[in-house]
Write a protein that binds this ligand. Structure first.
Ligand SMILES: Cc1cc2nc3c(=O)[nH]c(=O)nc-3n(C[C@H](O)[C@H](O)[C@H](O)COP(=O)(O)O)c2cc1C
Length: 201
């Protein structure tokens, strides 16, 4: 893999400004839109990242997370980029891999699983942290045509397309169109912790 930017320098500006110290990998994770188009993620690293998703906890160990993994250059990659919406089309094809995150829901008549999408999200969170550990970055997306992806990959009605993750090697923000560049360098913010705590006795 070729690193075209020095990640230690970029991470210094993108690192979360936390109120309490976090483990490095959490503090450093962020969602870039500029990826190195020439980077190829080796198969062992990609498997490791997916393995992190596999070992995430899930309700009743039901493991409802399913993934469509598409390497740049593959037919699947094109099907996914075709289904992206709005400004996602302008940047996400620079990632090395696009992963469609699918929740396997129970079939009609089967016991409902209220946690399937929660479990999928947790699986993706584990994947994103492992990716960060491998020197890669991830960017999750909700802006896509789920019906188009379902049709392109012959998914069943129980296979719910929830998000798409871009996975790749950090690229140069200067290559982005002006409005995307602005977002890429904008300060990272969060609500204060006190706003998140509905009760804190
Ligand atoms: C469910 C979900 C959907 C998202 N959809 C999009 C999207 O369609 N396009 C995009 O550029 N970013 C998308 N994002 C990225 C968020 O905007 C980003 O995670 C958030 O601004 C926090 O930034 P950070 O990840 O760098 O901390 C999405 C993130 C999540 C978790």
């Amino acid at each position: 893999m070729t690193l075209i930017v020095d990640p230690t320098q970029v991470n210094a500006t993108r690192r979360a400004d936390t109120q309490s110290p976090l483990i490095e990998i959490l503090a450093e994770r962020w969602s870039p839109r500029a990826y190195d188009k020439s980077a190829v993620i080796d198969e062992a690293t990609l498997t490791t990242v997916l393995e992190a998703a596999r070992w995430a906890p899930s309700g009743n160990n039901g493991q409802p997370a399913r993934f469509i993994v598409a390497r740049r250059g593959s037919a699947s990659f094109v099907k996914i980029t075709d289904a992206l919406m709005g400004f996602n089309k302008a940047w996400a094809d620079s990632a090395s891999v696009l992963i469609v995150n699918v929740a396997q829901l129970p079939a009609e008549g089967e016991r409902q699983n209220p946690w399937a999408r929660y479990d999928l999200g947790q699986s993706v969170a584990h994947l994103s942290i492992q990716a960060q550990h491998e020197g890669l970055h991830t960017h999750q997306m909700g802006g896509f045509d789920g019906a188009a992806i379902a049709a392109a990959f012959n998914l069943t009605p129980e296979q719910d397309v929830v998000t798409v993750t871009a996975l790749g090697v950090l690229g140069d923000a200067a290559t982005l169109a002006p409005e995307l560049h602005e977002r890429e360098i904008a300060p990272r913010t969060r609500k204060p912790l006190t706003e998140l705590l509905l009760a804190d006795d």
